[in-house]
Design a protein around this ligand. Sequence first.
Ligand SMILES: C[S@@+](CC[C@H](N)C(=O)[O-])C[C@H]1O[C@@H](n2cnc3c(N)ncnc32)[C@H](O)[C@@H]1O
Length: 278
Amino acid sequence: MAKPAQEPVYAQINLLDKEFEQISRWVYLAAGIRLTDSKKALVSSRLSGRLRELQLISFQQYIDMITNAKHPLSATERQNAINLLTTNETFFFREIAHFDFIREVVLPLKSGRKMRCWSAASSTGEEAYSLAMTLAQHHNGAWEIVGTDINEEVVTKARSAIYPMLRADNIPKAQLHQFCLKGTGSKAGTFKIAKELRRNVSFRQANLQQLPPDLGQFDLVFLRNVMIYFDVASKERVIANVQRQMKPGSYLLIGHAESLNGIANQLTLIRPSIYLVA
Ligand SMILES: C[S@@+](CC[C@H](N)C(=O)[O-])C[C@H]1O[C@@H](n2cnc3c(N)ncnc32)[C@H](O)[C@@H]1O
């Protein structure tokens, strides 16, 4: 067979250092995420498929597209870039000690009262639904959970509440039987979160660096495994924003690998990774 006269020009697109710097600057301004030099290969591999889809021949063309507000695809492509550049790793009942704390300490104190909770970087929703299972089983009172994430794609997945069966491994058997419905037919190999939980859980796209004005006040906030992507200035902004959404007597739970050392806040550390708003 004759070889094509020309190889497709987009077969191998090199990400230049100055382009990587421009992308890093852009994602920092857009999301507060600090991409260190060690992330260059990752950025290149995550974005190069998108460049191919758009038939672009250089990263510079892509940068021009997302940074030039007048470009007709700019707004959509900015969101696509955020979707591609965020890391959304999560799983059910991650950091189980937090769920034990909620059951043993928080819920007895809030008994009889409505609990408004926020999963503030909810990714595909596992964190919010794990909390929903805990509240449905152990809270004596009404409850509501709002999940937010900057990545629109994961927000859509979270809303669907459908997960591959493999994701069920961390869900305790009792909750799995009570709150997860096994898919059949075209949905075989998946499960869906039961309606009795879904009706009290909602998801929306939101940037922690610049929160929407109508989020309301919360009794409990999960802000877990997202500050690891921020530098001190971004963290400070996010903690100030999050604190404004917290009621007196509410709890903030951060990831076990994260810390608020050196970050101005009015929070009282009551256990490792657990803070109380006085
Ligand atoms: C590693 S996941 C953590 C998910 C979950 N909280 C957990 O601990 O399993 C981090 C999430 O933070 C989101 N994220 C990153 N920057 C954000 C920002 N500025 N505002 C809102 N969400 C952001 C990402 O899209 C991603 O879904």
